[in-house]
Design a protein around this ligand. Structure first.
Ligand code: N2P
Length: 361
């Protein structure tokens, strides 16, 4: 593993960037911050998460069960989350890092051990999350959801068959109609796949090619955007790099939106829940984690937000059709095209260098 110094330098640099870029925001319209009516004695659970990621119905049920209040605020990339914590942000009880970020959070002593958990719910985790390589004994994390990062296609604007990243990277005639995520590893990873490399490729040669491609693409791109959902709902873009669940959510308001996993391959991400050091109510945080694993709540999650569940929902009423949707449960054929990002401090540093150069060009 890499030295802490390198990682610290990296994340501090990033914090400056994310603040300058205005990436963080308070509650969006899909989720409500509910601290205003809190009685002085009510416990408040502060969750720092991705937008459009926790069902309001699950939050309400948790509040009802515990009498606590949940307050949500959002980050738009793992790097932004890490940078905030590294720069001293405190007060969160739960954060939701992707699997590749857990090692760094542990090394930097930013998350705390969960202690021994005797939850029967853990037995309900799907096989791949029972002993996941990123935290085999659930010492620091509980899996929350997973999904893929592919292409949202707006059929009202584009009729062609879209099956490749080529449409995202090599169609300058779509000037001003294409967005990429404001998520450095996701953008670099997609470019690597388009260029025929593995998602986790780290060679300087590959990175030089990625940089050239992204610099060229930036000239005609509409934006790097963390808030893809409103862009898709309003139909103002033709194509967008997007997370699977967000695309399916957008379809509720705009049925012209489709989700494509490009033939070159894409990322499969796994997001987890962890408790930062200094969390005000860690026991309540654990209660919430356990609550999300309960079948009824996991089912509510997938029904509302379309991210793939970490628990086995086979046979659970109302989820059958959803679980057949390849955008939620990729077929074995699609699965072969997917790769999970692997933790590497050197590679993360190279990605951030490239990202800074790209953003400031
Ligand atoms: C939901 C974000 C999905 C998380 N809007 C990607 N890791």
């Amino acid at each position: 593993m890499k030295s802490k110094n390198l990682l610290s330098t990296l994340v501090l640099g990033l914090f400056a960037l994310s603040v300058a870029g205005g990436c963080s925001k308070k509650s969006g319209s899909d989720e409500t911050s509910k601290t205003t009516e809190t009685a002085p004695t009510a416990r408040v659970l502060q969750i720092h998460t991705w937008s459009n990621y926790i069902s309001p119905a699950v939050i309400e049920a948790f509040e009802k069960k515990t009498g606590a209040k949940v307050s949500l605020n959002f980050f738009s990339s793992n790097e932004e989350l890490l940078a905030k914590l590294q720069a001293g942000a405190r007060g969160y009880d739960i954060i939701m890092p992707s699997s590749y970020m857990i090692q760094a959070l542990k090394e930097l002593n930013l998350i705390q051990p969960l202690g021994s958990l005797d939850w029967p719910e853990l037995a309900k985790l799907s096989k791949r999350f029972q002993n996941p390589s990123f935290d085999p004994k659930h010492e620091f994390t509980i899996p929350f959801a997973w999904g893929t990062t592919g292409i949202a296609v707006n059929r009202a604007k584009i009729k062609n068959a879209i099956d490749s990243w080529d449409w995202i990277f090599a169609h300058p005639e779509l000037k001003g109609q294409v967005t990429m995520l404001d998520d450095a590893p996701a953008v670099v990873g997609a470019a690597l796949k388009y260029l025929g490399y593995p998602y986790n490729e780290a060679s300087p040669e590959a990175f030089a090619k990625v940089k050239a491609l992204l610099m060229k693409q930036k000239k005609w791109l509409k934006a790097y955007s963390a808030e893809v959902l409103p862009l898709l709902e309003s139909g103002e873009v033709a194509l967008a790099q997007a997370y699977s669940g967000d695309v399916l959510q957008a379809r509720r308001k705009n049925p012209n939106i489709e989700y494509v996993l490009p033939k070159e391959g894409a990322e499969l991400f796994v997001d987890t829940m962890a408790i930062p050091v200094g969390a005000p109510v860690p026991e309540l945080a654990k209660e919430f984690m356990r609550f999300t694993l309960q079948i009824e709540n996991a089912a509510t999650q997938v029904k509302h937000l379309f991210y793939s569940p970490v628990v086995d929902l086979t046979g659970v009423a109302g989820t059958e059709e959803l679980l057949k949707n390849p955008a939620i449960n990729p077929t074995p054929e699609l699965d072969k095209r997917l790769e999970i990002m692997i933790e590497s401090a050197e590679r993360s540093e190279a990605i951030q260098r490239l990202w800074t150069e790209l953003k400031s060009s």
